[in-house]
Design a protein around this ligand. Structure first.
Ligand code: ARG
Ligand code: ZN
Length: 865
């Protein structure tokens, strides 16, 4: 495909028009078979009358890779000249009336579907993934989110291969048929777009539970898994019930069907999917027990189970008018799941983790060739727009709104929105105006967050008048051309003694904005962007002393953490520039203080405070992308800290070495501190061997995966003699558990300069399969996130990834494109490796049958060079 084709494949927001035809009712029938499944749809078709039309237009149905069997209109078989089939669908030339029935039959092959979109198989199970445009790979259909239908689904399949037959809504009837088959009929009373349709067929075990809603309805909850994983479902079930209760308590939102199901799927392109009443999950976000899952995995499960459940209202009951508005459901639902986790765990620790993720991934995306507004205006392949921008920046935008109008008003606004638009597909505009309606606030400038791309940069000036005691802050949007914004800026003004004199949430508006305060006896010390109130970069002239002050006195955890990060960056910068021996002075005085009062600091928060930023973060701050330089800077700082606080780390390690393998704040905090201490101690030359033995012992005696995996990671990172033992032991113990084996693949390629050789040999193991997205992400995703190896100056990292992308292009274009995005950072590299990457991208763009997915991503990256 050449680049002139790609522009003809672009979908543009400005071209949006409501559907001409809709299908308010669909009766689907599946004769399930892994080789060849027969699908039949009976549609009630309705003409969507908008203005006068002299003649009914033709009806277009989307359909991709389908084998058509027959088309019937009002019961009559159509002749081939009454319709036309193209690579994109079926056009029925002369619909008979404004309302009629259309019966379509086609067949599909789940077995050959390695793209994992539409109906496919994962092991022996059959399942679906339809968001955004997978339904058209199942049956000819009007596949757009503003076409809402009531679905009745009949599933028919072999009783021994497919004893379990699931779809959305409620089970209406089942019956046994001849020749070993059986049938189940499901009915979903809520109208929904095709992307929320799901089916599952397989030999699955399940656990069930009950949830009684606040209005007294009993809901049956079921989690379906492979028999062998039945013991790993408890945490997901508890998370689900907590999410259900929380949504009632926080927003007054109850679940609406009598049954809620989750199914764990091993081969899954993304995290999870909110199909009505039948959520499908990547196994790694359902299955967990203390032996096999890390604390981070447990927390992801909590958040994602909640996220998908919350979609039942924000996404399903009120859905999208078009895919450009994806952030309407995703940004909002991410915000809701973040809020939920903040409530269930620790608000500042969760917020720190979310902001670190945002800065590392979303800011990077927004600064590069695939930057786009949270409401993209065009796309070639919608799958490419499930981005950190649409999700995480989208969530920041909703969070800002909740800060501007207050959380209580926000809750009212959400209720108003859901009531007003129940059963409809809407846009961000309906959402924002609902918030305007309840808050009586004009949000015109705020709306521009949906249209402005890139992380906004704001210059902040402090103006202090010593004689009058007036203090002002001035905010200047550094991009004069870009759309004006409004956003919340949470500030606190401290006295020199470290007391808060005043705090408030400012609403900064427009290109330049000023706020004055009076009556200060000395210049206040300002804390800005508390709790990270807006996703912007601020530029303010201030010295390390002020950051040190805030790292010491700021009571708001997030700002305290980021003040300390600034001190660390300052320290690294000094070392980077001249290696001055005094570089660590300020940092050490803060750390001294932290260690002195460590008993008063929550353990998990303390573990964040003591953490040195990642290679990519440091590179980004120092604007130096030579990762060997960055690596040695970071190593040096870690060693200096380790040596100065050796006794303290030793004590922390010992105090926290006995942990109870449960998911409580305290135990999680202990494990974090213990692992963190171990990693520092491993940086002290004269005790390294002894500590590495300890790490090995920790791995062997671990009662929780967080203890076991940390050892593996540290020993892989250290590249010392215990590395091979650790790797071998881990493999022997876990070779039968694919989710744990994913950790093992990742750990071996995440560190070091020479991970490419290792990645190459790991990719040749029988356990590595390009068909399994988790395994691909575990090996190739982890490799490409190891900057020392991916950006190796000899270009070998790029060639290795390029070859993998080529293979993936044919197997799973979505996964190929997602990994392809990691090439976005090559623009920052020196000419020589960049040239190698460029040639490799050019080569890929010329391969035969390049998917739209990969083509869109790679051509943007190439253009940005
Ligand atoms: N709606 C799902 C969720 O956020 C994710 C779907 C992702 N789809 C995709 N094609 N990447 O929970
Ligand atoms: Zn979502």
């Amino acid at each position: 495909m050449n680049s002139s084709d790609i522009s003809s494949k672009v979908h543009r927001l400005e071209d949006y028009a409501p559907p001409v035809w809709t299908t308010p009712e669909i009766a689907l029938r599946f004769d399930l078979d892994i080789e060849r499944t027969l699908v039949r749809a009976e549609y009630k078709v309705h003409f969507n009358e908008i203005g006068f039309v002299p003649e009914l237009p033709s009806l277009f149905l989307n359909g991709v890779s389908l084998h058509l069997i027959s088309v019937r209109v009002n019961g009559l078989l159509c002749e081939p000249n009454q319709y036309r089939i193209t690579s994109l669908g079926l056009e029925l030339f002369k619909p008979p009336a404004k309302d009629f029935t259309l019966l379509i039959e086609n067949s599909i092959s789940p077995k050959s579907n390695t793209a994992l979109e539409g109906l496919y198989h994962s092991g022996k199970m059959l399942c679906t993934q339809n968001e955004p445009e997978g339904f058209r790979k199942i049956i000819y259909c009007i596949d757009r989110p503003d076409n809402l239908s009531i679905f009745t689904v009949t599933l028919c399949g072999d009783q021994s291969s497919y004893p379990i037959l699931l779809s959305n809504g409620n089970l209406i009837s089942t019956r046994v048929l001849e020749n070993g088959k059986h049938e189940a009929v499901w009915f979903d009373p809520f109208p929904k777009p095709s992307y929320l349709f799901a089916l599952v067929a397989g030999n699955l075990a399940h656990v069930s539970d009950r949830f009684v809603t606040s209005s007294g309805r009993a809901i049956e909850l079921r989690i379906f898994v492979d028999e062998k994983n039945i013991e790993k479902t408890e945490f997901a079930m508890t998370s689900l019930k907590e999410a259900m209760r929380w949504d009632e308590e926080t927003f007054g939102l109850e679940y609406d069907l009598d049954l809620f199901m989750i199914v764990a799927v091993d081969d899954f392109n993304m995290g999870a999917m909110e199909n009505k009443g039948l959520n499908l999950f990547n196994s790694k976000l359902v299955l967990a027990d203390k032996k096999s899952a890390t604390d981070e995995t447990f927390e992801s499960i909590l958040g994602v189970v909640a996220h998908e459940y919350f979609h039942n209202w924000t996404g399903n009951r009120v859905t999208l008018r078009n895919w450009f508005n994806l952030t309407l459901k995703e940004g909002l639902t991410v915000f809701r799941d973040q809020w939920f986790t903040e409530d269930k765990t620790d608000a500042s620790v969760k917020r720190i983790a979310d902001v670190l993720f945002l800065k590392e991934h979303q800011f990077a995306e927004d600064a590069g060739p695939i930057s786009h507004p949270i409401l993209p205006k065009f796309y070639v392949e919608m799958n490419n727009f499930y981005t950190v921008t649409v999700y995480e920046k989208g969530a920041e935008v909703i969070r800002m709104l909740s800060l501007l109008i207050g959380r209580e008003t926000f809750k009212k606004g959400l209720s108003h929105y859901l009531k007003e638009y129940d059963g409809q597909g809407v846009t961000y505009e309906e959402f924002i105006s609902a918030m305007e309606f309840v808050s009586k606030k004009n949000l015109d400038l705020f709306r521009n967050w949906y249209h402005r791309k890139g992380t906004p940069n704001f210059k902040i000036n402090e103006i202090w008048n010593d004689t009058t005691g007036d203090y002002s802050l001035e905010f200047i949007d550094m991009d004069a051309e870009a759309l004006s914004l409004s956003f919340p800026m949470s500030v606190a003004l401290f006295t020199e003694e470290g007391k808060i004199k005043h705090e408030e949430i400012l609403e900064v508006k427009g290109k330049s904005f000023q706020r004055n305060w009076k009556n200060f006896s000395s210049k206040p010390i300002i804390s800005l962007q508390r709790s990270f109130s807006a996703p912007i970069k601020i530029h303010i002239d201030r010295n390390i002393r002020e950051y040190s002050f805030l790292a010491k006195y700021e009571s708001e955890g997030v700002s305290r953490f980021f003040a300390l990060q600034e001190v660390i960056f300052e320290t690294l910068r000094k070392q980077f520039q001249n290696d001055s021996p005094g570089a660590t002075l300020d940092l050490f005085s803060i750390l001294d203080e932290i260690f002195r009062e460590k008993e008063k600091i929550a353990k998990d928060f303390l573990s964040y405070l003591l953490n040195v930023p990642s290679l990519t973060q440091i590179a980004d701050v120092l604007k130096c992308y030579d990762y060997e330089i960055i690596f040695s800077l970071r190593e040096k700082l870690i060693s200096l800290i380790a040596m100065r606080y050796q006794d303290q780390f030793q004590a922390l390690y010992d105090e926290n070495s006995e942990t109870i393998p449960i998911q409580s704040r305290l135990e999680i905090g202990k494990r974090r501190l213990k692992n963190l201490s171990l990693s520092y101690l491993l940086h002290i030359g004269n005790i390294r061997d002894e500590m590495s033995e300890k790490a090995l012992i920790q791995q062997r005696n671990a009662k929780h995966m967080s203890e076991e995996l940390s050892s593996l990671r540290f020993l892989c990172e250290g590249e010392g003699s215990n590395r091979e033992r650790s790797v071998a032991d881990f493999y022997e113990k876990w070779k039968a558990d694919p989710l744990v084996l994913d950790y093992w693949f990742s750990a071996q390629v995440s560190y070091g300069k020479n991970a490419r050789e290792r990645a190459e040999s790991l990719s040749k193991l029988p356990e590595f399969r390009f068909e399994n997205p988790n395994r691909v992400r575990a090996l190739l995703g982890a490799f490409a996130r190891n900057p020392r190896s991916f950006h190796h100056l000899d270009g070998s990292g790029y060639l290795f990834m390029g070859a993998a992308l080529e293979k993936l292009n044919y197997i799973n274009p979505q996964i190929a494109a997602n990994l392809g995005k990691l090439f976005q950072s090559i623009r920052l590299q020196p000419e020589k490796p960049k040239e190698i990457a460029k040639l490799e991208i050019e080569r890929l763009l010329k391969i035969k049958d390049l998917s739209n997915d990969l083509e869109e991503v790679l051509s943007k990256i190439l253009k940005g060079l």
